[in-house]
Each structure stands twice: as C-alpha cells, then as structure tokens.
Design a protein. Structure first.
Length: 135
C-alpha cells in the first residue's frame, strides 16, 4: 500500500524543510520512505522522489537525502510518501510525523499525532452524542 501525507506551508516557495521525525511500529512489514517538494501542486506531483531511511523516532535531516546531497528542500509543499508491503494481516502503525521547517528565517514546525487526533475525536464524539440527547 501507499500513504501520502502532504504538508502545505501556505508560503509560496519560502519554506525550507529541515528535519523530519516519524514514529511508527512494524509487525512483519517492509516500510519504505520517500519525500518530494515543490512550489505548485503540478510541480510537486511531477517532482523527483527522494528515498530516505530512519528508525522510528529518529531526527532525519532531509538535506542528507537530496541530490546534490546537502541541498535544502525548499517550496510551498512537501509530500511524505510511505510505501509498505504486508502479509495481508498486519500493517504498519503510524503514530506521528513531526516536520521542522523555516519561513523567512524563522523556525516553525508541524506535528501530526494520530494518538492526539484519536483523543480529540473521542471527545468530539462524546460531545456530539450529548448534544443529540439534549435535542
């Protein structure tokens, strides 16, 4: 299977993507990582994919995987592509993605945490059910 996580910084061409941390768990699967970047969706969808490696929780310097090596990925968008093969019973479990980047020289970041989303989803679900009962 393939998962694509697309980050949109909203700043056309001004974001420099520095580091990435991915927290995941494997059972018996093979998991491959790639990324691509661009200023427009057309540019992004046609961009070269760069493969990278890392252990769950590692801080990955994206510039180590670009061509030429050391080139900082820069643009509005960044795709993180996960490709996996499984035994049809187990699949990889993605817990979080943290992207560290800078815009106009100011460091910023974005964290996608599936555990936090699940907690908030449960809270929202409970509130929704409470409102339905009150109606």
């Amino acid at each position: 299977g393939v998962y694509v996580y697309r980050f949109d910084t909203g700043t056309n061409g001004q974001a420099i993507f520095n580091y990435l941390t991915i927290v995941y768990a494997l059972n018996n699967e093979v998991l491959n990582f790639q990324f691509r970047y661009g200023n427009t969706l057309n540019e992004l969808n046609n961009a070269q994919l760069f493969s990278f490696t890392g252990i769950s929780g590692d801080l990955i310097n994206l510039a180590n995987y670009t061509i030429p090596t050391g080139t900082q990925p820069q643009g509005r968008y960044l795709d993180i592509v996960f490709t996996y093969s499984s035994d049809q019973i187990n699949t990889p479990v993605l817990s979080s993605i943290a992207l560290y980047y800078s815009v106009f020289g100011l460091p910023t970041g974005f964290i996608y945490d599936t555990n936090e989303k699940l907690v908030h989803s449960q809270i929202e679900y409970n509130l929704y059910n409470k409102l339905l009962k009150e109606l």
